[in-house]
Design a protein around this ligand. Sequence first.
Ligand code: PEP
Ligand code: MN
Length: 247
Amino acid sequence: MKDNKHSLYIFGPCALESLEQITPVAALLKRHGLTYLRTQLFKPRTNPDSFQGLGKDGITILETLRKTYSPAELKFVCEACSTDQLEIIAPWASVIQIGARNMQNFELLKAVGKRFSEHNDFVLLKRGFANTVEEWLESARYLMQGGVPKSKIVLCERGTRSVTSPTGVQLDFIAAMEAKKSGFLVITDPSHGSKRSEFVIPLAKASLQLGLDGVMVECHPRPAESVSDAKQAISLEEAENFIKTSL
Ligand code: PEP
Ligand code: MN
């Protein structure tokens, strides 16, 4: 499951926006032998007027990518926020992502357990931004009871709310390291975990330095134009530089 012998790298935009947006990101991964690409069709947004993702329409983009890249060369990472969305993404997603807001959506966790098949690489379970490590591990147990092998669950620390951090969020390395003691693979998301592009690479490097199993990073060919989470999007040049120097 790891993309190189040391770490699991997942890169890509916050949301799938267009073929033109995702093509250079896929090419970047391919250049470095990486495979896991964020291709989020459904976005849980705080503001109901914000872009909610391309939804089903985004599948045509995934179909087009498949003409260039085989499932072994490029693996799609997609979040499901509901069981309906799960049905839509499951045939496409190598990685089924459960987002922070749904970490304790127990019915969704049970459904993912049932839906998980050999066609899926793993389930990425993000920690809710106000959940304890114990609660996170219990949620992982829901997946296991549903049938997902422990080795096919990757936990992702994505930061907690903070009243002292200037960005309002703080990547919690202690929680990530504590969770790792339970034998799960644990990666971090320094993008949502900092909310600011200038902190993403330093936190990604720190995660690897701490012995965590990888990172999920938001990047965009034109970060300022990112339809969602523009402030935390790093450029493809920055992403490539990190990949080159850390692989
Ligand atoms: C995401 O990774 O796309 C996302 C929405 O993150 P989180 O669930 O951690 O907020
Ligand atoms: Mn995002």
